[in-house]
Structures are given as structure tokens and as C-alpha cells.
Design a protein around this ligand. Structure first.
Ligand code: CP
Length: 312
């Protein structure tokens, strides 16, 4: 692959290749010497048109640990504020010959569009409600390490599915890897027709969590709700907030995940989120660096093997 725009085009064996390499980078990241050369000589630009804590910082750390020259574009201080378009901004940066462009944008499809205008590898760091591929890959690595496998697991994805690129990328990935996926949430936050993606839908959380191996919680994405259905936090927490009592119907060793940012007391009980016997939320953050290193390493190998592609 030249870019990483989504999970959709990836084959199961390609997902496994990424996760296997990421596993090696987990070990590397736990060592004292964190300097590698996989991206030496390459320039990585991070363009985040939406706020980020985890994704932006982990892409930056990943690039630096692999020896890239990393630049974080300060989008608030850029000429976007003077009316320059996304494409003009991208083409301006393209003229400086970056090798890797990491892009987050509020509009679905914007990163794909940008990838058609530049000569470098483009990585989607989240585009609107569409995809967040590195999040799904880091979630997959977290699950595989915790459960010892990434197939034939019962996985519940709970909450605001309708506005979530994390849910979409995870559904695509976990379905490709032959897991049973349940979507749990109020019908207003579950897109109609989603059953065609090979998932089961539950609006009763206690039924949805019965005997699952993995519980993945999602934030209410109010910024994407456009004045539509916005539940009261208290009512939402009562019915769909994960706490020890609701988790009790899952398997006794079920793990609790959340991509962050997390709203304690809205979609998840704070004590449960911090319970290291059940919650793998901090592991997800750790896996994020390793997965992003693996993805950029593999794209860089492709760039070096196909130099004409980058000059096209
Ligand atoms: N999970 C995730 O994308 O978090 P950030 O918005 O902090 O990057």
C-alpha cells in the first residue's frame, strides 16, 4: 500500500503483518535506547485540523524514535486561518518534499482527497465520521496481546456508534479477522442498516454485554451531533454508562477498552476505567506508539522500494 487511508482496503494478512511488526516495536519502546533508523532521512509532517492528544503525540514520538525529521504544523497559526484551502495547503507542503503526511480532518473523505494531490505517503489520523485506521490497529494489537488471539472473540462496541470513526474502523477490522461484533447503544446513536456490516445490534446493555470477551466504550461525540439527539448525561449513564454492575454479565476476564478522550461518569465509571485488572486503556495508548511506528516503517519500505512513485 502507498498510503494508509482506512482499514477497508487492508487484507487480513496485511493487518497481521502490521501487528507482528508493532509487537516488536512494543519491546523496542520498553528498552532504554529508543533510537532506530527506519525513517532516517525522511521528513514527516503532521497536519491536525482537529484537536488531538493521543494520536498527534504518538505519531510525533513514533516518527522521532524511527529517525525521521518530524514537523508538527500549527494549524491554528497557519494560512488556513486566512482562507487557504486544504488542497492548497497540502500542495504547498508537498512542494517541500515531505515523505510522510499524517492528517486529521473533520470532514469524511478529506484525507483521501488530499492523498490524490501529493507525492508522498499519506496516513489518515481520523477523517470526520469515516475512518481512524491506526486507532483500530492499536485496538487490535491491545486485544491480541490481552486475549492471545484476534479471532472468534465476542466484542461489544458500546455508545455513540453513529458519529464514531473509531467504531467504523474497528467494525471493519474485527469483522475481517472473524470476530463476533455486537453494537450496543440507543437506536438514535446506531446507524440504520449497520447489520449489513455483519454485526448484531442491542439497545439493552445488559443483554449486549452478556458473555463478551471485550467491552469497547465510546465517547458521546457531541461535536458531530448537529443539534440532533443529545441525551441527558445522567439518563445516558444510567442506561449505557459502563460500571461494575453492568460489566458483571460479561465474561469474568473480559477487558474494558476506551479510545479516549474519556468522559468519566458519562460513558464509563471512573473507578472501572482505572481498574488495572479490567481496564486496558493505558495499554491502548502504549500500543498506539508501536502501531504507528510499524505503519510508518512499512510505508517507508514501500517508498524506498518504489522511488518513482514518490516522484510521480
Ligand atoms: N483516540 C484518539 O484519537 O484520541 P485523540 O483525539 O486524543 O487523538
Amino acid at each position: 500500500q502507498r498510503h494508509l487511508l482506512g482499514i477497508e482496503p487492508l487484507r487480513p494478512d496485511e493487518i497481521t503483518t502490521i501487528l507482528d511488526l508493532a509487537d516488536q516495536y512494543v519491546t523496542f519502546n520498553r528498552s532504554r535506547d529508543k533510537h532506530a533508523r527506519a525513517l532516517a532521512g525522511l521528513t514527516q509532517i503532521n497536519m491536525f485540523f482537529e484537536n488531538s492528544t493521543r494520536t498527534q503525540s504518538s505519531f510525533e514520538i513514533a516518527g522521532k524514535r524511527l529517525g525521521a525529521d518530524v514537523m508538527n504544523m500549527a494549524m491554528q497559526a497557519s494560512s488556513i486561518k486566512k482562507g487557504e484551502t486544504l488542497i492548497d495547503t497540502a500542495m504547498t507542503l508537498n512542494a517541500m518534499h515531505p515523505d510522510l503526511l499524517v492528517v486529521r480532518h473533520p470532514h469524511s473523505g478529506a484525507v483521501d482527497l488530499l492523498s490524490q494531490k501529493v507525492n508522498c505517503a499519506v496516513l489518515n489520523a481520523g477523517d470526520g465520521k469515516h475512518e481512524h485506521p491506526t486507532q483500530a490497529l492499536l485496538d487490535a494489537l491491545t486485544i491480541r496481546r490481552a486475549k492471545g488471539r484476534l479471532h472468534r472473540l465476542n466484542i461489544a462496541i458500546c455508545g455513540d456508534i453513529a458519529h464514531s470513526r473509531v467504531a467504523r474502523s474497528n467494525i471493519l477490522l474485527l469483522h475481517k479477522m472473524e470476530n463476533r461484533i455486537r453494537l450496543v447503544g440507543p437506536s438514535t446513536l446506531i446507524p440504520s442498516g449497520i447489520e449489513h456490516f455483519g454485526v448484531e445490534v442491542y439497545d439493552d446493555m445488559r443483554k449486549g454485554l452478556e458473555d463478551v470477551d471485550v467491552v469497547m466504550m465510546l465517547r458521546l461525540q457531541r461535536e458531530r451531533m448537529d443539534g440532533g439527539f443529545i441525551p441527558s448525561e445522567r439518563e445516558y449513564y444510567h442506561r449505557y454508562g459502563l460500571d461494575a454492575e453492568k460489566l458483571a454479565v460479561a465474561k469474568p476476564d473480559a477487558i474494558v477498552m476506551h479510545p479516549g478522550p474519556m468522559n468519566r461518569g458519562v460513558e464509563i465509571d471512573g473507578t472501572l476505567a482505572d481498574d488495572i485488572n479490567r481496564s486496558v486503556i493505558q495499554d491502548q495508548v502504549e500500543m498506539g506508539v508501536a502501531v504507528r511506528m510499524a505503519v510508518m516503517d512499512l510505508l517507508a519500505r514501500n517508498l524506498r522500494a518504489n522511488p518513482k512513485e514518490i516522484m510521480a
